[in-house]
Design a protein around this ligand. Structure first.
Ligand code: IPD
Length: 277
């Protein structure tokens, strides 16, 4: 049977590539910073322009679909997942990197139908790497198949994580205590490239074994979750329970052994759900 969402996925790849070009061009010009929830939660004109471009381009082809986008939600649009086919978009994942010219910036496009992820597209635009994952059909980077690492010994792992943008000292303490415990298991190293979508794609590629974060949003992880799953990895909650796209918590790993070992060390702290009223 023909894939009902092939045309949508092809369009997502084309749109992500064009959006990546816009970001690369903007990197060469003045990047005017604005703040959202705090002085470290940044947004730029480029985030807004790229999101408008992506929405308009997808809406033209798929006018009945729903949309959740980082900048639209910031502007007051609802962040509710319905049964309708829904595009979940982060136009510039790694806005802080973009502002500073730190070269890991991604366009992240996830597509969910009846609340089930169908495909994910992550375009790491400075590296020119197009990661894709289609439910049941595998994950690819620039057309080459992706496979997670086969490591089962936690001592031989690299784990990605991020500090996020919450500067509440109690939260920062929990983040550091978790990183400290994980480092001291011991593991080979802790990394983080400043974009959830690329951190997840690195798990899918086998370059690192795991990535976890509390405080991310659905648009940061919707695409990456499909890519990791399709590369053979696992996606779950930081407490080991099932992954919930709206919970603002994610743990992805190459396998369950590594994931459940990390769960033991993660100090969970509250983060208001994306779909909270
Ligand atoms: C952020 C990045 C970052 C993560 C933050 C996200 P943004 O997304 O993914 O790696 O630590 O939690 O909010 O704001 O650059 O789209």
């Amino acid at each position: 049977m023909a894939d009902p969402w092939q045309a949508a996925m092809d369009h997502a790849v084309a749109v992500a590539r064009k959006a990546g070009e816009m970001i690369r061009e903007a990197l060469q010009s003045d990047r005017k910073i604005m703040c959202k929830s705090s002085s470290v939660d940044l947004v730029t004109k480029t985030d807004q322009q790229v999101e408008q471009f992506i929405f308009a381009s997808i809406r033209e082809k798929f006018p009945t679909h729903s949309f959740i986008g980082e900048e639209s939600v910031a502007a007051g649009e609802p962040c509710l997942l319905t049964e309708n086919p829904t595009w979940i978009i982060d136009p510039v994942d790694g806005t802080t990197n973009f502002v500073h010219g730190f070269p890991f910036i991604a366009v992240s496009i996830g597509f969910v139908v009846k609340k089930e992820p169908e495909f994910g597209v992550v375009y790491s635009c400075v590296e020119d790497k197009m990661y894709t994952g289609r439910k049941g059909k595998g994950a690819y980077c620039n057309g080459l198949p992706l496979q997670v690492s086969d490591q089962t010994n936690i001592n031989q792992c690299i784990v990605n994580s991020e500090m996020g943008s919450n500067r509440d000292p109690e939260v920062v303490d929990k983040i550091f205590s978790t990183i400290r415990k994980i480092l001291c298991i011991p593991i080979h190293g802790v990394r983080g490239v400043g974009t959830a979508a690329v951190n997840m794609s690195l798990v899918a590629s086998g370059a690192v074994e795991a990535y976890f974060e509390i405080g991310i949003h659905c648009w940061d992880v919707a695409a990456g979750a499909v890519i990791v799953t399709e590369a053979g990895g696992v996606v779950m909650d930081v407490d080991g329970g099932p992954f919930d796209l709206m919970s603002r918590r994610v743990l992805v790993a190459n396998n369950k052994t590594i994931a459940t070992r990390l769960v033991k060390e993660i100090d969970v702290f509250p983060a208001k759900r994306d779909d909270a009223p």
